[in-house]
Ligand binder design. Structure first.
Ligand SMILES: [Zn+2]
Length: 132
């Protein structure tokens, strides 16, 4: 069985609305639609602004605000970066789609070394050794 708290009096609600500490009311109006709407009435009577921001007003403010400075430049830079990355990616994909032999010719096995690549007298044998 649930103990139902009595609805607080309108005056008490008004006091709470005005800023009086009242945990009972705070808890009550969270679960009681009737008292919540009474509070709403009281707030309108008191000329208090709505607790919920007006969505229409919010949109109007956002639309009238100028865009942040440099936004266009940042966006353009971002697009340029993206295009560059996509170009690099397509080059990379192009390499992958090349025949295996062509890729091996373009990409020596040890590109980091400063020594000139040693000429393998028997590339076929070398390849087989690596596979094992
Ligand atoms: Zn109530």
């Amino acid at each position: 069985m649930t103990l139902r708290l009595p609805h607080p009096r309108r005056r008490r609600l008004a006091k709470w609305l005005a800023g009086a500490e009242d945990v009972v009311i705070a808890a009550h109006v969270e679960t009681c639609e009737r008292c919540a709407s009474t509070l709403e009435e009281l707030s309108i009577e008191a000329g208090l602004p709505d607790l919920e921001p007006d969505p229409e007003l919010g949109r109007a403010i956002r639309e009238s605000l100028p865009s942040p400075e440099g936004l266009n430049e940042r966006v353009m830079q971002r697009i340029a970066e993206r295009e560059r990355v996509e170009q690099e990616m397509s080059l990379f994909i192009g390499l992958i789609s090349l025949p295996k032999d062509a890729v091996e010719l373009m990409m020596p096995p040890v590109p980091e070394t400063d020594d000139p690549p040693a000429i393998d007298p028997a590339p076929e044998d070398h390849q087989r050794e690596e596979d094992q």
